[in-house]
Design a protein around this ligand. Sequence first.
Ligand code: BGC
Length: 392
Amino acid sequence: MYIMLSNIDCVTLPHFNASTLIQNMAKPTAPKSQRSLRTALVAGLLSLLAACGGSEDAKNDPVTPPVVVTQAAAKVWDLSRAMGPGINFGNMLESPNEGEWGLSAKPEYIQAAWNAGFRTVRLPVRWSNHASAQFPYIIDPAFLARVTSLVDQLLARGFHVVLNMHHYRQLDDDLPDVGEFLVDPAILEDRFVGIWSQIGHHLGSRSDRLLFELYNEPHGRLTPAKWNSLADTTLKQVRISNKERVVIIGPTDSNSPYALSTLTMPLDPYLMATVHFYEPFNFTHQGATWVTPALPTGVTCCSPEQASAIFNGIHHAKYWSDANGYPVLLGEFGAYSAADMASRVNYTRLVRQTAAQANMPWVYWEFGSAFGVYDPVTNAFRPELLNALVGN
Ligand code: BGC
C-alpha cells in the first residue's frame, strides 16, 4: 500500500477518489485481518490529503476509476504462476556439512526431478556453518563455489530456484547440531545480514528464475518484532546488488500461515511471502525423531476433520494473499515416512490440490530423505507419491 501511496503526489492525488477509498477501507464490516492494513492506508491517505491542502470530503474529489491496492509487482505474480510443481532438495546442503545427513546433491537428482515434471527446486542451505565468526563473516569460498555450481546447474536445466538460509540454529536460540560452531551472540543479526550481502553480490547477475528466501522458519529468539526488523535490514542490503530479484519472506512461528498477521512486509514490490504447512501435525510428524515428545504412529489421513484443517490453513494464507496483494508460496508440506503410504498419498494429493485451487505455488518437502518422493537406494521415484504430486 505504501508503494502505491509513494507513487501519489499532490499533482496526481486529485485523480484518486480518496474519500470513497477511505470510506470503503474504514468500513467496520471489513474483515478483521484487513482492518489494520486498511487503517494504515487510510492514515497515509489522510496525511497526504492534509499535506496537499485537501480534505477527505467526497464532494471535493473528482469521480475516478477505482484504485487497486496491490503490493507485489506484476513480475512477481507472473513468476508465482510460472513456478510449477516444486521439490525441496532437503537434507543435502542444510546439514552441518553436505552429506552428513545421508544425502548429497547429485547431478542425476537434478535430471530426475526435471524428468518427473518438477519445475521449481528449493535449495535449503546452512550458510552459518560456512562463514567466519567475525566481521566481515566471509563465506568459505569452496562452499560458495559449491552452492553456486548447484544453482547454475539447476538454472541451466530450466528450474526456478529458491535459494534460502536454513538452520542458523543460534539465531533462533536452538541448540547447535553436532559439527556446528557458535558465534558471539551480539553479532548474530549482523552476521546474517553480512552473509546475505555476500550471497547477493555473488549471485546478483543470475536469471530472474533465481529467487532468494531470507530465512527458513524463524522462531524462538526471532520474535515477530525482531524478525520484521531483521528482514527489512537484510532486504535493503540485498537490494544493493539485486534491485528487482524476487525475495521471499515468511512469518515467525516456523512460517505458520496463522502467523502471517504478524509479518510486516518491507516496502518493496518484488516480494513474495511463504508459509509452511504440516497440519495435521500428529499425522505428518508421527514417529519423527526430532519431535519431542515423540508422536505415536498409526495415525491415518484424511478424515473430514483433517481435511478441513488442511483447507483452513491453506485458505488462511490465500486470504492474507488476497488482502495484502502478495503471492504466497507454500514452501514446505509433506508427511514423514512413518505414516502408512496410502495415507501419505491421500494427504499429499489433498494438500497439492488445495494449494493449486487457491492459486498458490507449492514445493513438496522433500526429494530423497525421510519424507522423500524419491528413493536414493533404488534410484527411482516412489510412484504413488509422485503421482499425488504431479499426476491427477
Ligand atoms: C526442516 C526439516 C524438517 C522439516 C519437517 C524443515 O523445515 O528443515 O529438518 O524435516 O521441516 O519437519
